[in-house]
Design a protein around this ligand. Structure first.
Ligand code: HEM
Length: 369
């Protein structure tokens, strides 16, 4: 009993130190909030920008809900109705699709820059851990949203994704080997992808993930507010800028300029223009699987290794990366920002190369002309 009491005290003590709510006051949260000025100061905009893309997702997503129908027989037709007959529907749908990609790109840059700036260091461990959860939630939005238009690429790519989950079972011992199948069945809801899968993905995408995101983001932002911005560079910054009103006005200026850019892209470039025929056609359960089934670009970092390397190698690397992300504040406690910057640059280089050239690498390795 004593042991449990001591563990609970340790956990609550850890949380109380990371979320010092007693220090909350107008002075600390607003009047005294400052942003350090140094060569990495641009990185302090990335979290806000991610939040701005999230806001676009919420607003456009709610608008799409007015017309979208989450049934196997109507989903594709309702999406077509939005694109072709609803006033401004194509623009809203494109904004939602483009901004999801920009949000993921932004959250990755935000993660790499906060890592390089050692913003995860004590007392910001909780900010970092909630950040890692937000990253997974954001990927969860991408994975579940992809299925909703119920077209060929959506259903077939989701099938491949769910099959990969099941494959994990071959590498787990004893009873644990059944867990991935159980997980796949829970998400799929029936023997093969169908109405139950669509219903579950829909509920995850529009109810469960938004609720989990709202809770996690609240803790993330609260801890950022309570601790103020991190130092960011190895040498102590000597110049600072007041957050209210100066930094936040620059935030708004950046959001305005970015929105103009995204608006123009959404107006001129339909997201589906990137899908070759017949990938955007309604899913045909009786037809054969078309060529070119792939996940969204932001899953290429795991998709191409899965295509090229033995499954266990990718599984092991991803497990190490995931565990490493959660334990970052403890693993890299004594590491200099210079080394962290090099690691962040290496990770960014991998992500950019595999995303842009994954297909070429695949063709070269497999000898495809
Ligand atoms: C939905 C996703 C996310 C949103 C909306 C978000 C939002 C924000 C905002 C608004 C800030 C304050 C401004 C800034 O420093 O940029 C911030 C700070 C921070 N975020 Fe995130 N974030 C998200 C995901 C992540 C991820 C994936 C990580 C890392 C794994 C992360 C780690 C941090 C850290 C450590 C800070 C403190 C920065 C400092 O004190 O200098 N966040 N976040």
């Amino acid at each position: 009993m004593m042991r449990i009491g001591a563990i609970v005290d340790q956990v609550t003590g850890f949380i109380a130190e990371r979320l010092p709510l007693d220090k909350m006051s107008y002075k600390s949260l607003v009047a005294k909030k400052e942003v350090p000025l140094h060569r990495m100061s641009w990185a302090y905009y990335m979290g806000g920008l991610t939040m701005f893309f999230l806001l676009i997702q919420v607003v456009t997503g709610l608008m799409l809900l007015f017309y979208y129908k989450p049934t196997v027989s109507e989903a594709h037709a309702s999406v077509e109705l939005i694109t072709e007959h609803v006033t401004g529907g194509a623009l809203i749908r494109n904004l939602h699709a483009w901004s999801s990609s920009f949000m993921i790109a932004c959250v990755l840059v935000h993660m790499l820059t906060t890592f390089a700036m050692k913003a995860f260091d004590k007392p910001r461990e909780l900010t970092w851990i909630t950040g890692v959860l937000l990253l997974f939630i954001t990927f969860g939005f991408g994975f579940t949203g992809y299925l909703l238009p119920w077209n060929q690429i959506a259903v077939n790519a989701t099938k491949v994704g769910l099959q990969s989950v099941e494959e994990l079972g071959h590498y787990l011992p004893g009873q644990m080997s059944k867990w991935p199948t159980l997980l796949r069945e829970t998400f799929q809801g029936e023997a093969s992808i169908g109405q139950s899968t669509l219903s579950r993905f829909y509920v995850l995408h529009v109810v469960i993930l938004p609720l989990v995101l709202a809770g996690t983001l609240s803790i993330h932002l609260l801890s950022v507010q309570l601790h103020g911005m991190s130092q960011g560079v190895d040498e102590k910054p000597t110049r600072f800028e007041r957050f209210f009103p100066f930094f936040i006005l620059k935030d708004f200026k950046l959001w305005g300029a970015i929105f103009l850019g995204v608006f123009i892209v959404a107006l001129c470039l339909p997201f589906e223009a990137f899908f070759a025929f017949p990938l955007a056609e309604p899913f045909n359960a009786l037809g054969s699987t078309p060529e070119g089934i792939k996940p969204e670009w932001y899953f290429y970092f795991v998709y191409y290794p899965l295509e090229l390397l033995p499954f266990w190698v990718v599984l092991l690397s991803m497990t190490v990366v995931k565990a490493g992300l959660f334990l970052t504040p403890w693993i890299f406690r004594g590491t200099s920002r210079r080394t962290l910057r090099l690691l962040a640059i290496a990770a960014a280089t991998y992500l950019i190369v595999i995303t842009l050239f994954g297909q070429d690498i695949y063709n070269a390795v497999k000898g495809v002309k």
